[in-house]
Design a protein around this ligand. Structure first.
Ligand code: NAG
Length: 319
């Protein structure tokens, strides 16, 4: 059951992670700017996302990332679909930079709830996460660099709030949104392959592996000590799910200067408590003022799990 939910993309972020995440994420689903949390805002102290090619700052980021941006020539033309996909990737990578920067800062500043065990563990965790911040900066700069080289509009960051306030929940949330990313990049590959930009396949494959390495680390650090590799075939997702999840859970409403040509959905909330690995009826709720009940009764709920055929269930007793 849990895997089915995970796969539903936007459901993943509201329900699949540890119960503690579920609580805070759901709170934020309803009002992301709630809780008096100060929104995260760019630029970073190093000026990111404004980093010029060939600058000393870029060199510093590459050193912190343990590696470089690809240095080959970029295409001067990409398809419209590819431009949309790179826009979404840039949007997500900018969020990830924000998230992991905030996490590193919390650990560094000994924010209550973010005290990491022994000095040795603290060093390992901070070392890994500082590299992740720089690696995500390069992912974002790379995506925007591709858009710029092809004469497309680059993506500017939004303001963000994060539905977590302690280290364990922060890692669980990181693992959950990385699951969504790992599913969504599968559909990015299909788009690039089918829309004439197959030159990006290797590049995106290298990022999928990189994000998978990160996820293994977050899973292994979980208090539940999850095995690093979750499944033989990771669950699929799609751009609209990924963007919906970002909008519902972390983006401060109205704070994004860039508009993406991707549909988004409202939150689907799981009302049944303690859903377990057995057959049961599960209740969901959603807020949509424009749709009537007769229409809702014709809807299906679709579970996506791994690379299997989606499971399609009719809704029952909508009210
Ligand atoms: C950092 O700590 C603040 C204060 O508790 C919290 O609001 C924010 O969500 C934390 N960030 C992360 C990524 O955990």
């Amino acid at each position: 059951m849990r895997c089915s939910i995970l796969s539903a993309g936007l459901l993943a972020l509201t329900a699949a992670a540890a119960p503690s995440i579920q609580r805070s994420a759901r709170l934020d689903t309803r009002n992301p700017a709630s809780g008096g949390q100060v929104a995260f805002q760019f630029p970073l102290p190093n000026g990111f996302p404004n980093v010029a090619a060939g600058s000393a700052t870029l060199k510093e980021i590459e050193q912190a990332a343990h590696g470089t941006l690809p240095n080959g020539a970029l295409p001067s033309k990409i398809s419209d679909t590819s431009a949309t996909v790179w826009s979404l990737i840039a949007t997500n990578e900018l969020f990830e930079v924000a998230y992991f920067s905030s996490l590193v800062k919390n650990i560094t500043d000994w924010v209550p709830g973010y005290e990491v065990g022994s000095p040795a563990a603290r060093e390992i965790v901070l070392g890994a996460l500082k590299a992740v911040v720089a690696q995500e900066e390069l992912h974002a700069l790379g995506a925007n660099g591709i858009l710029a080289a092809a004469g497309r509009t680059t993506i500017q960051p939004c303001k963000y709030v994060f539905p977590v306030n302690n280290f364990d929940d922060a890692l669980a949330f990181a693992s959950t949104f990385t699951d969504v990313v790992l599913g969504t990049l599968q559909s990015a590959l299909s788009s690039f392959g089918l829309d004439g930009d197959a030159g990006f396949l290797g590049l995106v494959g290298s990022v999928i592996g990189q994000e998978g390495e990160q996820n293994g680390f977050y899973r292994a650090l979980s208090p539940h000590i999850k095995i690093p590799s979750a499944l033989p075939f990771l669950t699929a997702s799609a751009g609209p799910f990924a963007l919906s999840a970002l909008q519902q859970l972390v983006i401060v409403p109205g704070s994004c200067p860039s508009k993406l040509d991707i549909p988004t959905f409202g939150a689907l909330t799981i009302e049944t408590k303690n859903v377990g690995p057995h057959t049961e009826t599960i209740s969901f709720s959603l807020v949509d003022k424009e749709v009537d009940i007769a229409t809702v009764n014709k809807w299906n709920l679709v579970y996506i799990n791994q690379q299997n055929k989606p499971v399609v269930e009719k809704l029952q007793g909508a009210k």
